[in-house]
Every structure is written in C-alpha cells, then in structure tokens.
Design a protein. Structure first.
Length: 94
C-alpha cells in the first residue's frame, strides 16, 4: 500500500459459511484474528463471531453474512500474499 499503510478489505465467499471456513483454514500467511492490530496480515470471519450472539436477522441487517471475510493486509511480500490467497481460494471453491 502506498505510504507504508496496510489495507483492510472485506469480501463474500460463494458457498457461504463453509466456504469461508475452508478459505480461512487454508491460508498460510494471514493469521486468524479477532481484531486487527498487528503488522502481519490478519483475517477474520465476522459471522463466526457475531451471528450467534446477536442473531441471524440482526447480523444480516448489519451486513454480517455467513460468508463474509475481513482481511487486514500487513507487511508480507505482495507476491507471497497473493499466492497464499489464491491457493486458499482454490481450496475453498472446489
């Protein structure tokens, strides 16, 4: 990212909760996290943390869908991170 700052992005996994779990389980560089505070890439699945406690209707209303992934981009080499995300996506979508 320009200026040395990391980036935060969210995306939906086709296939919903199970696909999001498979994606997170196959990532090697980003670590699974409950908050974004480090310099390394971190990933979380908000639906795994919030849908049970606030209920499915409120979670969906807030945009917390079952397949939502939030990824905080850290300082890893971009090509390494892209390769890791590609292999995790391949595992999650097969």
């Amino acid at each position: 990212m320009p200026g040395g700052f990391g980036g935060l992005m969210s995306f939906e996994m086709k296939g919903s909760f199970a696909a999001a779990q498979a994606f997170l389980n196959h990532m090697q560089l980003p670590k699974r996290a409950v908050s974004f505070g480090g310099f390394e890439s971190l990933a979380t699945q908000p639906g795994a943390m919030w849908r049970g406690s606030i209920g499915e209707d409120k979670a969906t209303e807030a945009g917390i869908t079952a397949g939502l992934i939030r990824l905080s981009i850290g300082l890893e080499h971009p090509e390494d991170l892209i390769a890791d995300l590609n292999q995790a996506l391949a595992h999650a979508t097969t």
